[in-house]
Design a protein around this ligand. Structure first.
Ligand SMILES: [Zn+2]
Length: 325
């Protein structure tokens, strides 16, 4: 090899090295496929049923919805087969993914929390390794970058007595307050140091702007005026069905839990379904009632969920700490 060729080869190789180095050091843009406008944070596959008629309205408005489930619902019953425990959890994840795909929500994540049937929120949080679950939820908030979080109400009411639901609400509020804080879970924010990085995640802090709750409480009249309500009887312009019917179609995949009820739905014609939807105990056509949690933008508690939302990155607001008594 003569001197000129050696120099040329050296130049090509070093340029290549610089290019490789740059790809690691300069932060690339976040993956737009992961972006959501609204993130649903819940405990079990089927928890979305309470708000799916509203999620369908958001999707009709061109908004992006994503969801994260703290457990696989493996403590439920199985009316479809012999699978129990973690195997039932696998079946329920499958049901949920089909259900959400039918609704139009493609981005769904499952965390590893244990389904904990109790009425004790602290037991659920302990079973989920509270801090580690918070780290996982904060990661999902930072990768999905939602303006709004919708979750279970952390409070306990008659009819709303699943500790996992309250725990999902507690974690969602903590994630709302934490995901924008660059001092929390810094390994998620550190830039990767090598091509096959496995520890440093390259994310950015993200501050959601609003959080809303929903509840399973038997008496939901007590929440009237505490947040926006969304009628479910309007017809979807894209699916030409009332929103309650879209929610019902989504629900039909949860066969392990509600097989006989879903089979009954399957035996009814449109007119009978409409009658059933209006019945009190079924309640499909009652409005989706959200409870205002908090907002960092101006607006009213009963205003639209997306009212006042600002586009782009919102500055981190450190939540006010309550003074000790
Ligand atoms: Zn549940």
């Amino acid at each position: 090899m003569n001197m000129r060729r050696a120099v040329a080869l050296w130049l090509v190789l070093s340029l290549k090295l610089v290019a490789q180095d740059k790809s690691v050091q300069s932060a690339p843009r976040p993956d737009d496929r992961l972006k959501a406008d609204v993130l649903l944070i819940v405990a079990h596959p089927d928890d979305e049923t309470a708000v799916s008629a509203y999620l369908a309205q958001l999707l009709d408005q061109g908004k992006r919805v994503a969801a994260v489930y703290l457990t696989h619902g493996e403590a439920g019953h199985n009316n479809m087969g012999r699978e129990r425990g973690p195997s039932l959890g696998a079946a329920r994840e499958m049901e949920l993914r089909h259900a959400m795909a039918q609704l139009g929500v493609e981005n769904v994540w499952f965390l590893d929390g244990k389904d904990t049937p109790s009425q004790d929120v602290l037991q659920s949080l302990a079973n989920w390794h509270h801090g580690s679950s918070l780290e996982d939820i904060v990661r999902i908030v930072r990768i999905t970058r939602p303006a709004v979080i919708i979750t279970w109400l952390p409070s306990i009411f008659i009819g709303e007595n699943h500790g996992d639901h309250q725990a999902a609400g507690v974690l969602a509020v903590e994630a709302f307050d934490s995901a924008g804080d660059a001092s929390l879970f810094p390994a998620q924010l550190a830039q990767p140091r090598k091509v096959n990085e496995t520890l440093l995640e390259g994310l950015s802090p993200w501050q959601p702007q609003k959080i809303y709750f929903f509840s399973d409480a038997s008496d939901d009249k007590q929440f009237r005026g505490k947040g926006p309500e969304y009628a479910t009887t309007a017809i979807s312009p894209t699916r030409h069905l009332p929103y309650w019917r879209i929610a019902m179609e989504e629900f039909r995949f949860h066969l392990t839990q509600y097989r006989s009820y879903i089979e009954k739905l399957g035996s009814l014609d449109d007119e009978q379904l409409t009658k059933l939807a209006g019945a009190d105990q079924d309640g499909w056509s009652t409005p989706v009632r959200l409870i205002f949690g908090k907002s960092l933008v101006p607006g009213t508690a009963t205003g639209d969920v997306l009212e006042g939302i600002r586009p782009g990155i919102f500055p981190f607001m450190r939540p006010a700490a309550s003074a000790p008594a």
